[in-house]
Design a protein. Structure first.
Length: 152
């Protein structure tokens, strides 16, 4: 088995969830950050050619082991929980950052804050819940049941 050190060494990430203004008490979008542990992060530059136009971008793939990161709720449940700081969710449009985001994040500074973390951040465009309930409670269970994210 070949180990890719960039991808296979567990890393901390920060997921920044957006509580939509229609569901917040303030009537404004609210951003809530959570640090998650022992995740896999893989980010690659991609190039696409269409006719005479060439575009360069970055695609990021993140795997979050459920066993090391409890308290996940689907957005609908998370938005109704009332204590969003105690739980985390994954939705298209949320952000994920490699490492820990230490500053406060809010509607007025989200764009500037995310620019600061480039290229080690992305906006989530695809999410897949790949968690399964396993009978055993062995060591590998935490890595076999994951939340999968892709973003740009």
């Amino acid at each position: 088995m070949r180990i890719d050190l960039k991808e296979d060494i567990p890393k901390d990430i920060t997921i920044i969830n957006k509580l939509n203004k229609a569901e917040s008490a303030t009537g404004l979008d609210v951003w809530v950050k959570h640090t998650l542990h022992e995740c896999s992060w893989d980010s690659k530059e991609i190039e696409t050619v269409a006719g005479t136009q060439t575009s360069v971008g970055r695609v990021t793939k993140v795997q979050i082991p459920s066993g090391k990161n409890p308290n996940y709720k689907p957005y609908h449940d998370w938005s109704k929980a009332g204590n969003q700081e105690d739980f985390w969710t994954i939705s298209e449009g949320d952000y994920v950052v490699l490492g820990e985001v230490t500053e406060e994040v809010n509607a007025s500074n989200i764009v500037k804050t995310m620019a600061k973390y480039k290229p080690n951040q992305c906006r989530i465009q695809m999410f897949e819940d790949l968690t399964v309930k396993l009978q055993s409670s062995g060591f590998l269970e935490q890595y076999l049941s994951i939340y999968y994210i892709e973003g740009v």
